[in-house]
Write a protein that binds this ligand. Structure first.
Ligand SMILES: *Cc1c(COP(=O)(O)O)cnc(C)c1O
Length: 234
């Protein structure tokens, strides 16, 4: 058990580097976001001590509860799960990135969350979550509505729209996710070519423990990895 997390982190980083080599990309282009939902603070601390500086949580309440036990650490926190509008203000305080913006109403709430505190807050990096598989029960905007949402966010000066995020339909076979990843990349290009102010579609948050190598081959710049670092969740 000793150094299990450090070993897992090293192994994941090797796999990221190998996927980058296959795709002719540099490993620095891919940011490893360690998904620490359900993971207790001591184990998050171990991952931090092994060098990780990006952590993802999917629930505002859980992140808020764990934060006091994580003082002294200074990672970038990413919100990767669905965000309710009534938690937008708290989310803005707790997270450095929001991957899951899926409505203009939510974006507006995040934007207004800013003028509560300091006026000169740095723009908050946000991504639009796209329901890339068109699945009924999944969060995210429909593919066809993403450009309009980007236009809306573009007008909100305290938000910096940096790209797209998606969770493709689940399959045991990572190759099944490839067409969805490549669709997300093409959608990013379409939005980028609209040349909206405050919008720079450089980032693609895609790929989880079972399919991150395929995601990297298809252009992921942020991979969200939980199980492969912390072990299976109960
Ligand atoms: C839990 C979660 C992950 C990480 O999943 P693993 O399979 O454990 O790597 C990634 N993205 C989102 C949105 C999640 O909720």
């Amino acid at each position: 058990m000793i150094d299990e997390i450090a070993r897992n982190v090293a192994r994941v980083q090797e796999r990221i580097a190998a996927a980058c080599r296959r795709a002719g990309r540099r490993p620095e282009e891919v940011r490893l976001v360690a998904v620490s939902k359900i993971v207790p603070p001591e184990r998050i601390r171990e991952a931090y001590d092994s060098g990780l500086r990006d952590f993802g949580e999917n629930r505002v309440q859980e992140a808020e509860a764990k934060r006091p036990a994580l003082t002294g650490l200074d990672p970038t926190w990413h919100l990767i799960g669905h965000l309710q509008t009534n938690k937008a203000r708290t989310a803005r305080e707790l997270f450095g990135w929001i991957h899951s913006v899926d409505s203009l109403r939510l974006a507006e709430k995040l934007h207004r969350g800013a003028d509560a505190g300091t006026a000169e807050l740095a723009p908050l990096p946000v991504l639009i979550e796209v329901n890339i598989g068109g699945e009924g029960a999944k969060s995210g905007v429909e593919e066809g509505a993403a450009l309009d949402l980007a236009r809306g966010i573009s007008a909100l000066g305290s938000l910096a729209l940096l790209g797209l995020m998606a969770v493709p339909p689940y399959s045991d076979d990572p190759e099944a996710a490839r067409p969805y990843f490549s669709r997300l990349r093409r959608l990013g290009k379409v939005i980028d070519s609209a040349r909206l102010p405050n919008v720079r579609m450089d980032e693609l948050s895609m790929g989880m423990s079972h399919d991150f190598e395929v995601a990297i081959e298809e252009g992921a710049t942020l991979v969200r990895i939980g199980t492969a670092i912390f072990g299976a969740r109960p």
